[in-house]
Design a protein around this ligand. Sequence first.
Ligand SMILES: Nc1ncnc2c1ncn2[C@@H]1O[C@H](COP(=O)(O)OP(=O)(O)OP(=O)(O)O)[C@@H](O)[C@H]1O
Ligand SMILES: C[C@@](O)(CCO)CC(=O)[O-]
Ligand SMILES: [Mg+2]
Length: 433
Amino acid sequence: MSESSFFVSAPGKVIIFGEHSAVYGKPAIAAALSLRAYLLITPSKDVNTLKLDFPDIGLSHSWNKNDIPWEEIRSHVKLVDGRPQITEELIPEIVDNLGSVLSNLNSTLHYTACLCFLYLYTQLCNKDIPGMSFCIRSTLPIGAGLGSSASTAVCLATSLAILGDQVERPSYGMNEKSTKKESTDLDFIDSWSLMGEKCFHGNPSGIDNAVATHGGAVMFQRMSNPAQPSVRTTMRNFPPIKLLLTNTKVPRSTAELVGGVSRVNSEYPKTSSSILDAMEHLSTNAYQIMVRPFFGKEERKTLRELVNINHGLLVALGVSHPSLEKVKIISDTWKLGATKLTGAGGGGCAITLVDDDVTEEVIEKGIAEFEKEGFDTFETSLGGKGVGALAYSDVPEELRERIFSPEVFCAYSDRLEIENALSTDNLTGWRFW
Ligand SMILES: Nc1ncnc2c1ncn2[C@@H]1O[C@H](COP(=O)(O)OP(=O)(O)OP(=O)(O)O)[C@@H](O)[C@H]1O
Ligand SMILES: C[C@@](O)(CCO)CC(=O)[O-]
Ligand SMILES: [Mg+2]
């Protein structure tokens, strides 16, 4: 056990309005979930060994860090005042140079995760930093529309920025993001996690990593000029909405779905741009309703109507799936509320904004129908905290050995065990920027 061990953690997200249109510079609304990814960083036994244990995707891989072509890679890193700078696209020369250390990975899943790690590692750290082991576990379903890739990218970017001395560790009492330094550090993490997301899927809007970094609820808009930073408007008075989340468990890939929309966009540019414009109006309309000081029955009704329209538009873009339509049919049959797919679609999760008048008994009957189809449904709370860190010294002495043991962490059997051991509710030492 070592005092230099630490955890970082970042939440998943739910997109309420504007997935896919977000990629095309339209505003979208999303909020952080209580489900999170947790990354444990421990020193390696051998100072030259860099080890990844990502049991959720069956990846265990190590490198001798001296095998990384540091000089070639570092010659392409953009530095301003000694700080690495993000770029619009992944730097092709760096990806190419990493090829030599990635060549023995034979699944796309493992290749992408290792590329994401090494791309960030070689720019945020340097070869003199002793080798560490990285083990990530997620309480989020992976590849289900809840931002598992972004929470992973945020955890990796944060831990590597800490190790590379690019950001300061958060301190107690800084949770209000009151000082400029902390918010600069958060923006640095946000921007580098976007580079991580680019490794997972070519053209992310940045909404998922923004929510995973900053937490809370936001309206987010990527600028059409990629040189300009995205606009992130924090929604402090995010209204309490009763939301059901249904995971169809149908696997899909965000990269492929975003690629599918891009094809529709180039084959039917006028039609597609009308759909994207309609999505823009939906998001702005919803935003205006959600920030009203009074959010009552009428507002909730309008929001549900907008949810139904948004789903229809996503169907038109070709990103629904029979399983998601089943969720919608069951929800409509039982009159549970308004349902739309969330995230990239193609399977994964749907959200239902529950109707005001529906009874708990009817909700339970609807949930039983979902379960019959093999889906998982749960009620969730939105607007949780963003990225946080847990230092060795911030855990009570008697718990340290167990909490910071990679063997114990890797062996937790499910979401509940991870949450019982580590969640911010159960362990008070977590600090947030
Ligand atoms: N716990 C994890 N361990 C390792 N890799 C992970 C983990 N969670 C996510 N990933 C990576 O993210 C990929 C899934 O990302 P993808 O963007 O397709 O789905 P998502 O982020 O869950 O959904 P969405 O992008 O629609 O919100 C996985 O294939 C894997 O490469
Ligand atoms: C489909 C998409 O809009 C949301 C994925 O959670 C992609 C993105 O914005 O990066
Ligand atoms: Mg993703």
